[in-house]
Design a protein around this ligand. Structure first.
Ligand code: SAH
Ligand code: MG
Length: 946
């Protein structure tokens, strides 16, 4: 591996043009750099050692030019790879790279010479971002005729800035210094160039040759006057950012029009920022320049920049540019380019302004990438690539760093070698570190128990480091969780940093200690001084006038659920955690007193992962209770204004509504489709009837055979078993469901409620059910209300717990709950070869990544904490039965016992040996009844908590 000793782009160290700059001079936009990431192959982990060498991300760049294509060496930093590619191209094409290594005197001569060229006759009609300014100067009137602002010359010519950087490296980041150097050089060529007394401008001493003028005259004559939409950003945060119409002529000096709006006399008093956003952008901030005398002996040592300017620091404008901007400012997208002699100009609407603003914070960047500013939210976790929508966390983090003038984040992945001879249980042990983190579900994984997808078994983990431009460490995130795929590890780590940054930005009041302890939860260490310096304007800009945190951090589960109105036929197809919901939605601004409405955002098909808080909390809460085909309608409190204005098409109408106090967001959604998680899709495709149905039939057979009158379903989820049981005539009179997922329970309550009431209405119903209840609680803890049932089921639940918890459940169930019969099912690990050898049939597009995931994935579902072989399961169940004085037999569904590899789902049936349940010490009941039904008609709404 070849590494360059130092960054070739560093002007302080190497003063000639960088290879990239040389390529740019020659090829302009036609040079196309393509950077790819390469895996470091120098892993020399020794067998038996769990940790291999670190393999950080490295980059290789391919440069496509018209004549040729070259590939760089491999580097740690993207920009080094690009420079290396450019260097190779220069070598290959034989472009003579003359070392620019003049004496100071020669450099000054070069600078003066370049100025002389810019003011030459031939430059006037050339294609150069600066020549348009020279032409438009000829349309200026009176003493301004032919005057070109120094700021323009200092900014738009690469050669000038390169020579200035050579003369004084500080010129790289100080535009005033470049201006002062240009003025000094101009003074040397007073034979050619004049410096008018009153202006910060340069003018040609002698008139241009008539031919030079006439060659551009036809162009100047065709100038049109047009209104251009720009944005005014007042220095005072109290004053609102406003839209402004600027009248410009396409051939005139547009800087004069901007000067006029800023209350300045003419163009040369305007200070121009660097470009904002993309490299090709012409978007800049215009403000007032320092007075001319400042340049007389510039720079004065120990004088702060602020003293050169009039007006106070403009936080919003400074935030956008990463430069200090003083006084009121104008944001406009206008300028001359390499592409054409015509003036380029584009409207900057208020909506665009707010979209740019919002794009600078992590959650906003995610919203923008989904084009769902009011619906989407930065998800809690990166579960799988196939479930992620919108920009990837890593990309958002990279653009965050770019926008905040930080270095590119450095990701280093580490491989934990798994010895293939170690069995599953053994290899899990190595990763025990991850277990302590399971409590932090809201941080590291999904909020609900059935959805904590992160931190699962896998050989990769990833660390992220963020440095400032001067290589001070700002943030370091070292998550412990490991992942099956390297990309998952990288994305998860990036998402952690983003989530933490987001909380930091949204909560300006947060004390430092709190921020530090929050950082610990996210495995983040940071250097407060550096972080605050880098993000110094963030808080004042994003929190001016609005509180960001109100609605953003709201918990999805609360009484708000009762506001929601759901309508339409219940198709029975409901989403569960990990599935993808596809909705259509509309969001409007709504004023209660007069029913005024303003449309803000809508989407025909919007997909998101359930259980990952990837959308507005209310929206997810609503969808979790809906069935495909149903629609819902609700109103919620407003998010911060900046989000509303970033979404609004009609800013004026929106602003006028927002100025009245009692506005709400009104949301209308329709659930169009639900795509099940991988496991369910596979099971449905491969088994007929589907495995879940086979499990229900299995339970039904045992209910009938035992004439059970009471049943408890441990880990009932969305109630699929209870619901199905109700469709058959049985002896059951009392059914109970227990789960720890409130969301699943809400769905279970909804469907059981309507089903039971339906049965009550129908005369022929054979149902004997008199009482049903759903409890919110863990099945590993005692509750007297779960004791002594005829039959208990626990289908496909324990593999979602840690193994120790599963054992705890076994003991609690048989020694405290003491059902006559307990049916426990779990997936059979040995059957996975069959599942993973085939792809689901029917409809699902072939996503190669998803397939890989299946193959790389040992378990059927990313939420599974373990899966057992037949031998492991039988051992567990037999030991348990023995301890608790139960008998046990084994069975299963999907395939048969005598054909290898046995059942797809293995089942243990425990039978109590004693007639009466043991007497036990009773503890306190912990379960919360969240829904209750009794044979009498009841009016209780299923969703209201008692
Ligand atoms: N039995 C259902 C659901 C299986 S999914 C069916 O066959 O369709 C697993 C369920 O177990 C999830 O709903 C999850 O919330 C629940 N669960 C996991 N740990 C639990 C615990 N300690 N107590 C109660 N339920 C739990
Ligand atoms: Mg499962």
């Amino acid at each position: 591996m070849i590494e360059m000793g130092k960054s070739p782009a560093n002007p302080a160290k190497k003063t000639s043009l960088t290879p990239k700059a040389i390529i740019h001079q020659r090829f302009g936009d036609k040079a196309c750099y393509d950077v790819e990431e390469v895996q470091d192959s120098t892993q020399n982990g020794c067998p038996g050692l769990a940790i291999s060498q670190k393999g950080p991300c490295r980059y290789r760049c391919t440069l496509h030019l018209l004549e040729t294509t070259v590939v760089s060496d491999i580097f740690k930093r993207k920009k080094d790879a690009e420079q290396s590619a450019a260097e190779k191209a220069i070598e290959k094409l034989g472009i003579r790279q003359e070392e620019y290594n003049p004496t100071m005197e020669e450099a000054w001569d070069d600078l003066a010479g370049r100025l002389a060229f810019l003011f030459s006759n031939e430059f006037l009609s050339s294609l150069h971002p600066l020549s348009g300014h020279f032409r438009s100067a000829l349309t200026r009137q009176g003493p301004l005729y032919g005057c070109v602002p120094v700021s323009v010359i200092a900014l738009y010519d690469a050669k000038i800035s390169n020579i200035c950087k050579y003369i004084n490296p500080a010129a790289e980041s100080n535009s005033l210094l470049v201006m002062s150097l240009v003025l000094k050089a101009a003074a040397k060529r007073s034979d050619l160039v004049l410096i008018p007394d009153e202006q910060l401008a340069l003018r040609r001493r002698d008139p241009y040759q008539p031919e030079a003028i006439s060659s551009i005259n036809h162009e100047l004559d065709s100038g049109k006057s047009i209104p251009l939409e720009v944005i005014c950003i007042p220095a005072s945060l109290e004053k609102a950012v406003e839209r402004l119409m600027l009248n410009i002529t396409t051939t005139g000096c547009y800087l004069d029009a901007i000067a006029c709006e800023l209350g300045l006399m003419e163009a040369s008093y305007v200070q121009i920022s660097r470009t904002i956003g993309k490299a090709s952008s012409e978007m800049r901030i215009y403000s007032s320049a320092p007075k001319k005398h400042v340049f007389d002996d510039f720079p004065k040592p120990q004088v702060k920049q602020a003293t050169y300017f009039e007006g106070s620091l403009n936080a919003r404008a400074s935030y956008f540019t990463g430069q200090e901007i003083y006084g009121d400012a104008i944001l406009a997208s206008i300028g001359y380019t390499w592409k054409s002699t015509d003036l380029f100009h584009e409207a900057v609407s208020l909506r665009l302004y707010y979209r740019m603003l919002v794009n600078m914070i992590p959650s906003g960047a995610y919203k923008i990438s989904r084009d769902a500013i009011l619906a989407a939210k930065l998800p809690l976790a990166y579960t799988t690539k196939s479930n992620w929508r919108g920009s990837y966390p890593r990309d958002i983090l990279c653009s965050f760093c770019r926008l905040h003038h930080l270095s590119e984040p450095v990701f280093s992945t580490q491989t934990i070698l798994l010895d293939s001879s170690v069995d599953l249980l053994g290899s899990r042990k190595k990763l025990k570190v991850t277990e302590s983190r399971n409590e932090e579900k809201s941080v590291a994984g999904l909020a609900t128990a059935s959805g904590d997808l992160v931190g699962s078994l896998g050989p990769f983990n990833c660390e992220v480091k963020i440095y400032s431009k001067n290589q001070e460490s700002v943030i370091q995130c070292s998550p412990q969780e490991s992942h099956r795929k390297q990309n998952d590890a990288i994305q998860s780590a990036a998402l952690k940093v983003l989530s933490w940054l987001n909380i930091f930005i949204e909560n300006p009041e947060m004390p430092l200690e709190k921020l530090i302890s929050l950082g610990e939860k996210y495995d983040i260490h940071f250097t407060p001084g550096c972080l605050f310096k880098q993000l110094e304007f963030c808080h004042s800009v994003h929190n001016s006038g609005t509180s960001m945190s109100q609605t953003c951090n709201d918990d999805a589960e609360g009484d708000e659920l009762s506001f929601i109105e759901i309508g339409g036929q219940n198709s029975g197809v409901t989403p569960s955690n990990g599935s993808l919901a596809c909705i259509s939605y509309t969001v409007s601004l709504f004023r209660e007193e007069d029913y005024m409405k303003e449309h803000l955002e809508s989407c025909e098909e919007f997909e998101f992962e359930i259980g990952n808080e990837a959308v507005l909390p209310y929206l997810e809460a609503a969808v979790a209770q809906m069935a495909v085909g149903q629609s819902a309608y609700f109103r919620v409190e407003l998010p911060p204004n900046e989000f509303i204005l970033a979404a609004a098409y009609d800013s004026l109408a929106t602003l006028s509504l927002l100025s009245s106090r009692n506005c709400k967001l009104e949301c209308n959604i329709t659930l169009l489709q639900v795509t099940e998680p991988l496991e369910e899709r596979l099971e449905q495709a491969l088994f007929s009837p589907p495995l879940s149905k086979q499990r229900v039939e299995f339970a039904l057979w045992h209910i009938k055979e035992s004439s059970a009158t009471s049943l408890v379903d441990f880990g009932c989820g969305s109630g699929s078993l209870l619901d199905s049981l109700l469709s058959y005539p049985t002896s059951l009179e009392k059914v109970v469901g227990v789960d720890i997922s409130k969301r699943s329970l809400a769905r279970a309550a909804k469907s059981l409620h309507s089903k039971l009431n339906g049965l009550l209405d129908s005369k022929e119903s054979m149902s004997k059910i008199k009482y049903a209840v759903l409890y919110d609680g863990s099945i590993t803890k005692f509750d007297s209300r779960l004791r002594g049932f005829d039959i208990a089921t626990c289908l496909e639940v324990i593999e979602h717990m840690e193994e120790e918890e599963a054992s705890l459940f076994g003991n609690v169930a048989l020694s405290l709950f003491c059902p006559k019969i307990l049916i426990v099912s779990i997936p059979s690990y040995e059957y996975n070869v069959i599942l993973q050898g085939s792809t689901p049939q029917g409809g699902q597009e072939e996503d190669p990544d998803e397939k890989n995931q299946q193959q790389g994935c040992k378990f059927r579902n990313h939420d599974h904490k373990f899966e057992w072989t037949r031998a492991q399961f039988e051992q567990w169940a037999s030991d348990l039965a023995e301890r608790q004085n139960y008998g046990v037999e084994f069975s299963g569904v999907g395939s048969t016992a005598d054909v290898e590899p046995g059942f797809a789902s293995q089942i243990a049936i425990f039978r109590r040996r004693e007639d009466d349940p043991k007497n036990v010490e009773l503890g306190d009941d912990h379960c919360l009844p969240i829904w209750e039904w009794s044979g009498e008609r009841n009016e209780k709404h299923p969703l209201k908590k008692p």
